[in-house]
Design a protein around this ligand. Structure first.
Ligand SMILES: *Cc1c(COP(=O)(O)O)cnc(C)c1O
Length: 409
């Protein structure tokens, strides 16, 4: 029998959602007939925009005709979509991104998991704490970390604690790191990056020859006009930053699967001989080695989000979820809880009252308010003492959840 990749055994994350399911099931089994409200999910709930659905149908019809049928497309994405991305996501904000710097894929999760592959296994990796678990986990299974300790910390990772005490803005690492994963607007804390925040990281990356892996999956939720949407809005970012975007949370593509990575031609790593190597060329090679591209039909659907109608409809979706975020954040604050986020991100991050642990608060909210959230500790050790509610779901659910938590805890 072949030996397995034992690094998989070190993963902690799958435990989080399995444990949420286990506790939720135990509660519903013991209390049949109780209707739970699930605000734990990080998945959109509204249907696709009409412009997207029309593009899907039209593209399906093209696939049905010999004259317009498409087989394999370009590894990196169709040019019509690359041009839309460069024009609408970047040029409108004064950012120049070349079509050869955009790599379309089937998901931001896989992109953020795969990017570490083009770097050496002895690179030192820093992650925000708490954060989307994929950044740490992909480095765990690549063998960069070893096992976790009792608090869930991997010895081989550099943690950047984000807590109320530092306004959820991590200090720069106090040692050299090679790769820095940043996620803004942040999942799970809802924290945003100002221009000053990003400028500090870019300066650090230049000083340490580090690369920033910038996950902007929630960029569309930024409402404050002073905030940057792309890290490339800052000078010096093109040499040191790779940016990930996704159509999942803005246009509701979680079940469609489409995302992209921007790797500027200036971004470099070095080989053993100390020579500079283009990360753009390396990622291009990785993509063409391991992928045959994203589906034509889905890329046509994504392009529809950039049409005038599509843009309006995407805006309606985001406004819909952000109304929930306001309902939850304002309602719980009025009830006396300390809440963060929910302003430029679809997540509300709650301080557990009276020093309760994340899991104890999860149990209290589940058993008394019949609302399911996510214990903050599941996103990293510094998430202990916090709790995440998401703004996805109906307005009615958001209102009812607030009402229940406010009156029953
Ligand atoms: C949802 C999410 C993504 C996007 O994932 P997809 O695979 O594109 O659906 C990326 N990053 C973060 C932080 C997310 O929460």
């Amino acid at each position: 029998m072949p030996r397995i990749n034992e690094h998989y055994r070190h993963l902690k994350a799958s435990y989080l959602f399995a444990e949420i399911r286990r506790r939720t099931k135990a509660f519903t089994d013991a209390n049949p007939g109780v209707a739970l409200i699930n605000l734990g999910i990080g998945d959109v709930t509204e249907p696709l925009p009409a412009a997207v659905v029309k593009a899907l149908h039209d593209a399906a019809d093209e696939m049905a005709q010999a004259k317009t049928f498409k087989g394999y497309g370009p590894y990196v994405g169709y040019e019509f979509l690359l041009a839309d991305i460069a024009g609408h996501d970047f040029a409108t904000r004064g950012v120049r991104v070349g079509l050869d710097e955009i790599f379309v894929s089937d998901g931001g999760k896989s992109d953020s998991a795969n990017l570490q592959e083009i770097f050496a296994t002895d690179c030192v990796v820093a992650v925000m704490d708490p954060v989307y678990p994929v950044y740490a986990d992909s480095n765990v299974v690549a063998g960069r970390t070893g096992p976790a300790d009792d608090s869930g910390r991997y010895a081989g990772l550099v943690y950047l604690p984000c807590t109320a005490e530092n306004d959820f803005q991590p200090a720069l690492p106090d040692r050299h790191v090679d790769l820095i994963y940043l996620c803004y607007p942040n999942n799970p804390t809802g924290a945003i990056a100002t221009r000053e925040t990003l400028a500090r990281w870019i300066a650090y990356a230049h000083e340490h020859d580090a690369t920033i892996l910038y996950d902007a999956a929630y960029e569309a939720y930024i409402t404050d006009p002073a905030l940057p949407h792309s890290i490339y809005e800052l000078d010096g970012a093109r040499e040191v930053a790779i940016e990930c975007r996704s159509f999942s949370k803005n246009a509701g593509f979680t079940g469609m699967r489409l995302a992209y990575v921007v790797v500027p031609t200036e971004a470099c790593g070095r080989n053993t001989a100390g020579e500079r190597v283009s990360l753009n060329a390396l990622w291009q090679r990785r993509v063409s080695t391991k992928s045959n591209g994203a589906p034509y039909v889905i890329q046509k659907a994504a392009a529809a989000t950039y049409t005038p109608d599509g843009k309006k409809q995407v805006r309606v979706l985001i406004d819909f979820y952000m109304e929930n975020a306001r309902t939850i954040a304002d309602g719980l604050a009025a009830a006396g809880l300390t809440v963060y986020g929910g302003r430029n991100a679809p997540y509300v991050w709650i301080r557990t009252p009276n020093g309760a642990s994340s899991w104890d608060f999860f149990d209290t909210v589940l058993s008394r308010a019949h609302v399911v959230g996510v214990p903050g500790s599941g996103f990293g050790p510094s998430g202990e003492g916090y709790f995440r509610l998401s703004a996805f779901g109906s307005h009615e659910h958001a209102r009812d959840a607030v009402e229940r938590i406010s009156t029953r805890l």
